[in-house]
Design a protein around this ligand. Structure first.
Ligand SMILES: O=C(O)[C@H]1O[C@H](OP(=O)(O)OP(=O)(O)OC[C@H]2O[C@@H](n3ccc(=O)[nH]c3=O)[C@H](O)[C@@H]2O)[C@H](O)[C@@H](O)[C@@H]1O
Length: 441
């Protein structure tokens, strides 16, 4: 039979479909899609898994914000309700679901200031703890926007909705040793995030004054003690420290070019209730209660490793003192109109104690003998000793730490037992035994 000179359209399509060429095209497309998915989501190396984690964090953030109801919540949270003896301020607190951020937010709200929180609720440590802090802030009338400081669009929106007088910028990637595992998260939060925040602040009308968290780790290999703000800070021992030091230099730039009023606070090993589970006092407590061994570091020739452990309530006083003594930024419309305040302060306790002593206090409070493994301090960013000279903060901020390590740890342990193990006998004893009052309890 003769072949038909032409085919019906459907037949033509069907036969085309059966021919090898389109099949090849289809398979190629499928292959490209699989390849794309593989490279996009597979954790092929530490750094690529880290960056995809960061991507997911920042992509996740723009999820649910905007709209009239959302703006109403933002405005209401940021509204100043001062008492007559306090001239209120309106503060955007970044990292508000974090340890220091949640304590400062509550303290500001209690004295009548307007507080709006911002936090990306990342999973560096248990997000459930951040959500529990958020719930507490909500009960105090503080709204935390779920978003990342790298989201310039969101920041612009927040400054459009509220004329913040101040920003307390505490959102950061913390932790000294984790920097070797996930270096890019430090650059993302502590460098890019800080620049994003300063960009939004300098463009806002009015420009807010910014107070932000630097770190005692900027003193790095400095041997001169106690550490003073005028000492060298150009020899960081960890990438974490380097990003905080970079932050201090970036602050100089935004102060110099745009007239932003900026205050950096160098925190010294802050501890207390609602603290960070990645810190030694916290995971020592957890591991001791579970009967697990703990690694206690020592320096060369069995020398002591010590920290100027600083209690959270003292740090909160320092942060509020810094906010209250800021001068206004001088720029408008993104342009500098005059020189502006640029400050940096140590916020420490001024009485360093060996880590072994921290363990001894925990043993007494928990009534547990620690299974201690004494090991050489690993070369992963730790420094052997920190000690703050706080005379500058005393003179300028009225900063005066009042809590010693024993008293502070007592309050921490009381909180820890109530939060994680409310049915334990130690916890019940703690509840009636008066571990003292913390900001929340
Ligand atoms: O002061 C600061 O700037 C820094 O304080 C802490 O860093 P760090 O002092 O290293 O606090 P921890 O990780 O809790 O360590 C406390 C001490 O315990 C020691 N340690 C830590 C872990 C461990 O397993 N064993 C141990 O002996 C450390 O060497 C250190 O001397 C915070 O984690 C940082 O985010 C903060 O910036």
């Amino acid at each position: 039979m003769d072949k038909a000179p032409f085919h019906h359209q459907r037949l033509q399509n069907r036969s085309l479909f059966r021919s090898p060429l389109p099949k090849l095209v289809l398979w190629s497309i499928l292959f490209i899609v699989i390849l794309f998915l593989f490279f996009h989501f597979s954790p092929t190396s530490q750094s690529s898994s880290s960056s995809s984690r960061i991507d997911r964090r920042s992509l996740r953030t723009s999820a649910a914000w905007g709209g009239a109801a959302w703006e109403k919540r933002v405005r209401s949270s940021a509204r100043i309700r001062s008492s007559h003896n306090h001239h209120g301020i309106s503060v955007l607190v970044t990292g508000a679901a974090g340890f220091v951020g949640s304590h400062c937010s509550i303290a500001l709200k209690r004295r009548g200031d307007g507080v709006l929180g911002l936090d990306n609720f990342n999973d560096y440590y248990e997000p459930s703890l951040k959500r529990a802090r958020q719930a507490m802030l909500e009960r105090a009338g503080i709204f935390i926007v779920d978003g990342d400081v790298n989201d310039a669009h969101l920041l612009r929106k927040l400054f459009d909705v509220v004329p913040f007088t101040h920003v307390l910028h505490l959102a950061a990637q913390a932790g000294v040793r984790y920097a070797m595992k996930n270096p890019s998260s430090y650059v993302h939060s502590n460098v890019a995030g800080l620049v994003s925040l300063f960009e939004a602040a300098k463009s806002a009308t009015p420009q807010p004054a910014v107070v932000w968290a630097s770190s005692s780790s900027v003193y790095g290999l400095n041997k001169k003690v106690p550490f003073s703000e005028v000492d060298r800070t150009d020899r960081p021992a960890s990438l974490y420290a380097a990003t905080k030091k970079a932050g201090e230099e970036i602050a100089h730039v935004y102060n110099h070019i745009y007239g932003l009023s900026i205050t950096g606070l160098r925190f010294f090993t802050v501890y207390g209730p609602w603290g960070r589970p990645d810190m030694a006092y916290f995971f020592f407590t957890r591991d001791m209660l579970r009967g697990k061994s703990i690694s206690v570091f020592e320096g060369p020739d069995h020398s002591t490793v010590a920290r100027d452990f600083t209690y959270i309530d003292d740090i909160v006083s320092g942060c509020l003192g810094a906010l209250d003594t800021t001068e206004k930024s001088t720029g408008t419309g993104g342009k500098k109109r005059g020189s502006a305040q640029l400050r940096v302060f140590n916020l420490g306790n001024t009485s360093p104690l060996p880590v072994s002593q921290l363990v001894g206090i925990l043993e007494r409070l928990l009534k547990v003998k620690a299974d201690k493994k004494i090991i050489k301090m690993p070369r992963n960013g730790d420094v052997q000793y920190t000690h703050a000279n706080i005379s500058h903060a005393q003179a300028q901020l009225g900063y005066q730490p009042t809590t010693d390590l024993e008293t502070g740890l007592k309050k921490f342990v009381k909180w820890y037992l109530q939060y994680y193990d409310p049915s334990s006998s130690l916890s019940k004893k703690g509840r009636s035994g008066g571990g003292g009052s913390s900001s929340f309890l």
